[in-house]
Design a protein around this ligand. Structure first.
Ligand SMILES: *Cc1c(COP(=O)(O)O)cnc(C)c1O
Length: 362
């Protein structure tokens, strides 16, 4: 097997589409962005898609859309990139870390249920390494307790869960188009939802809480120049140039899918004889587009495995150092095992590196 570190794939058709946009009238807030959103809805099996400037902007926007306010408690998994938690904290949200399942690394619905009380305002799943979380169980919990489920699907665009597309599984879904993710726009992301109210709120947050649509203005007697700031927001818009790249990349998603599957099978074959490595377990309910190729090793040999794989040209990384053990979280009083059940302390020490699958060759 040829070892190529994971790399984004941008081909001539991507370049051509972007180049055509450089001189177009609208470099931002134009038709390309709207087209990308329509294209995205088809892929995600959703009614609304809102393109944004990064995956972290997407999470921030999604938390605003579901109305996370100071003191609201958000239950999520520690085995994720920090932004899953920190963007909610930027709105004053308080994070509770639930446990993860030892076989998938995804948030454990049983652990979520144990944390639910009247002050909980959201359940946030992370589709770790590309495998969708236990969305049916999480959605049932959300419904039972009247709280929305946000799916951080930064890893899982293109994956299926019980035959259903990622993007249609949670009340609201967050995607990232950072270069390592399943498609890229350099920086970028999208909020996806079937909920009209969430979509409207996310759109407002993306662009300064500014309203121009007559239907929603407070003052309707002004002229056509009139616009209103109706809530707090930021500038999280995706430029049209990047939206063009996004539309082009989406067309190539089936090729990326095929390539990632090949790489996954290649790793499986070549690594299955290596002692002390735990490879991803097959679960019939999901057909993941693997964003990471999860390898679990005993911490005692982690450094040796890491260095051997890097020397062989395979771009491994520890994904992730659990968020609750990061220095900022320690300062806030989290401990490596805080809010986790004792069972998980063992798991946490065990869930270590994963190697990123190589992405379609250049
Ligand atoms: C990449 C990632 C993000 C953040 O996305 P950016 O586009 O890098 O801002 C959030 N959550 C998870 C799980 C990620 O992997």
């Amino acid at each position: 097997m040829k070892n190529i570190p994971g790399h984004q794939s941008v081909n001539l058709s991507d370049v051509f589409l972007v180049a055509r946009g450089v001189q177009s009238e609208w470099m931002t807030m134009g038709a390309a962005e709207e087209k990308f959103e329509r294209d995205f809805c088809k892929i995600a099996g959703s009614t609304y898609a809102i393109a944004l400037s990064s995956g972290s902007a997407v999470l921030h926007c999604a938390y605003a859309a579901i109305r996370i306010e100071p003191g609201d408690q958000v239950i999520t998994a520690p085995l994720t990139f920090a932004a899953t938690a920190t963007t909610a904290m930027n709105l004053g949200g308080v994070i509770l870390f639930a446990d993860v399942r030892p076989d998938t690394g995804n948030i454990d619905p049983k652990s979520v249920e144990a944390l639910i009380s009247p002050r909980r305002k959201a359940i946030v799943s992370v589709d770790y390494a590309g495998r969708p979380a236990d969305m049916d169980e999480l959605m049932a919990l959300g419904k039972k307790h009247g709280i929305p489920v946000l799916d951080d699907a930064a890893h899982s665009l293109g994956s299926l869960y019980k035959g259903r597309q990622v993007g249609s599984l949670g009340d609201i879904t967050a995607l990232s188009f950072f270069p390592t993710k399943n498609i890229t726009t350099g920086e970028g992301g999208a909020v996806v939802t079937n909920n009209r109210d969430f979509a409207r709120k996310a759109r407002l947050f993306r662009s300064h809480g500014m309203v121009r649509d007559k239907e929603f203005l407070h003052n309707t007697s002004e002229g056509p120049w009139h616009q209103e700031i109706q809530s707090l927001g930021l500038n999280y818009r995706m430029p049209d140039l990047l939206a063009r790249l996004g539309s082009s990349q989406l067309q190539r998603l089936p090729i990326f899918q095929k390539k990632r599957k090949q790489v996954f099978l290649g790793y499986k074959e070549h690594l299955s004889h290596v002692p002390n490595l735990m490879l991803p377990v097959h679960h019939p309910e999901s057909d993941p587009m693997w964003h990471l190729h999860l390898l679990r090793v005993d911490p005692l040999i982690r450094r040796a495995v890491f260095e051997d794989l890097r020397a062989a040209g395979i771009g491994v990384q520890v994904n992730y150092i659990p968020v609750n053990s990061q220095p900022y979280f320690r300062e806030l009083g989290f401990t490596p095992d805080s809010t986790l059940t004792p069972e998980s302390i063992i798991k946490e020490k065990f869930l270590c590196p994963c190697s990123q699958t190589s992405v379609p060759g250049r």
